[in-house]
Design a protein around this ligand. Structure first.
Ligand code: M6R
Length: 628
């Protein structure tokens, strides 16, 4: 949550900071601000609401200086108002701080500062930091220290151990306009190295237009940036040198092309996501080829998957595949719950963290806890075995786990995850095939011939998806007006399509603000059926296979209560029961989630767009949730 940028160099910082914030706006967009420093002092501008409001202020008032910091906010502590927008200043107005994360002990720190007479201007947790740093600076000055980059660095380093929680932060001080101090603990921060200038940001899109040479900061590191170079210190306070890496490809740039919204563009990119996946991992001469070490598979007896939101829905489909195709008992946990009620450790367990951003605090914390829980045990059967599935292998997840499966979907800007969901599904198909290949002969594992048939059907997926996306885009656009007054929608699915019903409901909720429930179709009659009447549409996913007749019966039960039935099903005599049909091409049940999710995404998109809502930046949300 929240995006931070910081720049020091030879050109005006303001425009570059604003451009960086534009690229990070997906991380939060309820207010924004920048602070620059020049020999005249500190210039701070803030605005409530979207970044355009801050840009308007900058154009009217300016903020000179070659060094500065910026922030785009997703509120945690304090309402989304201008006074709570970052940067936050010390009492003298000379020192400014932006922060992404949560300072968990901000309350006692604030009380201590207030007791010393410090006046707070915001309700944020962050505001304690500039006051604490200013206090350290003042103390050093009473001992004779002169303002210098080293003094600023020292003051920040003295304050950091007293901050509890996760943070990435940047600090400027108008008394040393040629210095910038940045630090991170459990929140992302990367330094971009330009020619005689450095840009620091929460994520690569803010850096990609500036430089391709990046230095991701490690947990606990602090850096002093001046126009002359970088001084980097590790968590133990030792000076470290590291070789920067190169950003490759164009996937780090956010570009809407001719689409009205990023979300629509990203839905349309799914055939390409699938084509890339197939080209990389489903070669003609192999069942599947994943770039994973054999140690990921060897001797695994159980799998547990930790994820949140849409990634959790992909994981539920994954669990179905790992159990039904590969015969490995698999459990999926809400990462946010796992930490506080973990199941007893089991031997030979593979733990998979699934997060498209690789920065979801709940998922990272659950994985870290699982690693620590098993690390201390003498029995090697309990040795931690961690795999990450992500769209951002360079993220914090990539640094936390030893094995990573990159879904390679390219940057996703829309807050509602679409192509990364498809990428996660494909990763699970690949993983289940890879396990099944290695577990031939074990109970419940299909033979190689059946697996090859699945693999070859997957190779045909991109073409099927291309047609499906085009067709349903047009259909859903036409249907959207029918939901103009809708307040509640129920999504039903069974078996492998139950998670897709959940995903359909989540997509609709987050971008259209319509209340929606995803339910296992057979559970309707145990309670939720009481909600149904002619004003509550029911979207029913019915794919020929094991549960087809059951789902149709459940749909009939809804129709008998006057519900408007929307079917996501093949056009066939059975589907005549639906009032509206979003037709599916023939598909094997086991592969169907890769198709059934498309109408879910497009229906939600067009309903929200028809209502004139901000599809890419829905209220109260952010793309990566870096707070617990
Ligand atoms: O980056 P992650 O995949 O870990 O994100 C998890 C959820 O926050 C995310 O899927 C969220 O539910 C999306 N907004 C769904 O569209």
């Amino acid at each position: 949550m929240c995006g931070i940028v910081a720049l020091i160099g030879s050109r005006e910082a303001g425009p570059q900071l604003l451009e960086g914030l534009r690229q990070l706006e997906y991380r939060g967009y309820d207010s924004a601000g920048i602070a620059t420093v020049d020999p005249d002092g500190l210039h701070c501008l803030k605005a409530e609401g979207k970044l355009v409001n801050l840009i308007a202020r900058f154009e009217a008032e300016g903020a000179p200086g070659h060094c500065g910091i910026g922030h785009t906010r997703w509120a945690t502590h304090g309402k989304p108002e201008e006074r709570n927008a970052h940067p936050h200043l010390d009492g003298s107005g000379q020192l400014a701080v932006v922060q992404n994360g949560i300072i968990e002990n901000h309350r006692p720190l604030r009380e201590g500062l207030q007791a010393e007479g410090v006046r707070f201007l915001s309700d944020t947790d962050t505001e304690v930091i500039p006051h604490l740093v200013a206090r350290r600076l003042a103390h050093q000055e009473t001992l004779g220290a002169k303002p210098s980059p080293a003094l600023l660095l020292q003051a920040v380093r003295e304050v950091l151990p007293g901050l509890h929680g996760a943070y990435a932060l940047a600090v400027v001080w108008s008394r040393v306009p040629g210095a910038l101090v940045v630090a991170r603990r459990q929140a992302p921060l990367l330094i971009g190295l330009g020619e005689g200038e450095f840009l620091c940001a929460s994520d690569t899109p803010a850096l990609a237009g500036f430089t391709r040479t990046i230095l991701p900061m490690e947990d606990g590191e602090v850096a002093l940036l001046t126009p002359l170079g970088i001084e980097l210190y590790n968590a133990s306070g030792e000076r470290v040198q590291r070789t920067p890496s190169l950003l490759t490809g164009t996937e780090h740039m956010a570009d809407k092309r001719s689409f009205r919204h990023f979300m629509l563009k990203e839905i349309h990119e799914q055939p390409e996501t699938a084509a890339l996946w197939v080209a990389r991992h489903l070669p003609e001469d192999a069942l599947v080829a994943l770039p994973l070490d054999e140690s990921v598979y060897a001797g695994v007896e159980n799998i547990q998957i930790l994820a949140c939101g849409t990634s959790r829905h992909a994981s539920q489909v994954g669990a179905h595949l790992l159990e039904q195709l590969a015969g490995v008992p698999t459990n999926v946990f809400y990462a946010s719950e796992f930490r506080y009620a973990p199941p007893p450790l089991r031997p030979h367990t593979l733990t998979i963290g699934v997060t498209q951003s690789g920065e979801t605090a709940d998922t990272l914390a659950a994985l870290a806890m699982e690693r620590e829980r098993s690390q201390g045990l003498a029995d090697p059967a309990f040795a931690p075995r961690l795999l990450g599935i992500t769209n951002r292998p360079e993220s914090s997840l990539g640094r936390l786990v030893p094995h990573v499966l990159d879904i390679g979907a390219g940057i996703e800007v829309g807050v509602a995850a679409t192509k990364t969901f498809l990428g996660q599904l494909l990763a699970f198909y690949g993983l289940a095939l890879a396990f099944a290949e290695r577990r031939q002969g074990q109970p419940g594992v299909p033979d190689l011939a059946s697996l090859r048939r699945l693999s070859s059907q997957l190779r045909g997926l991109p073409a099927v998806l291309r047609e499906l996306v085009e067709d349903h885009d047009a259909r859903c656009a036409e249907l959207a007006h029918l939901f103009a007054e809708t307040r509640d929608v129920i999504f039903l699915g069974r078996g492998i399509n139950y998670p897709i019903a959940m995903e359909g409901a989540l997509k609709l909720k987050e971008i259209s603000y319509i209340h929606a429930e995803g339910y296992p179709a057979g559970e309707m009659k145990h309670g939720p059926i009481a909600l149904l009447d002619s004003r509550v549409p029911v979207v029913s996913i019915a794919v020929p296979g094991m549960v087809f007749d059951k789902v149709l019966s459940n749909a009939q039960e809804a129709k008998a209560r006057d519900a408007q039935l929307v079917g996501v099903a093949p056009a066939c005599p059975d589907s005549e029961l639906f009032d509206l049909l979003l037709p599916l091409p023939p598909v094997e049940e086991l592969l169907s989630p890769l198709l059934t999710v498309i109408p879910m995404q497009l229906l939600s998109y067009h309903i929200a767009a028809h209502r004139g809502l901000d599809v890419d930046q829905p209220r109260n949300l952010a793309k990566s949730v870096t707070v617990e």
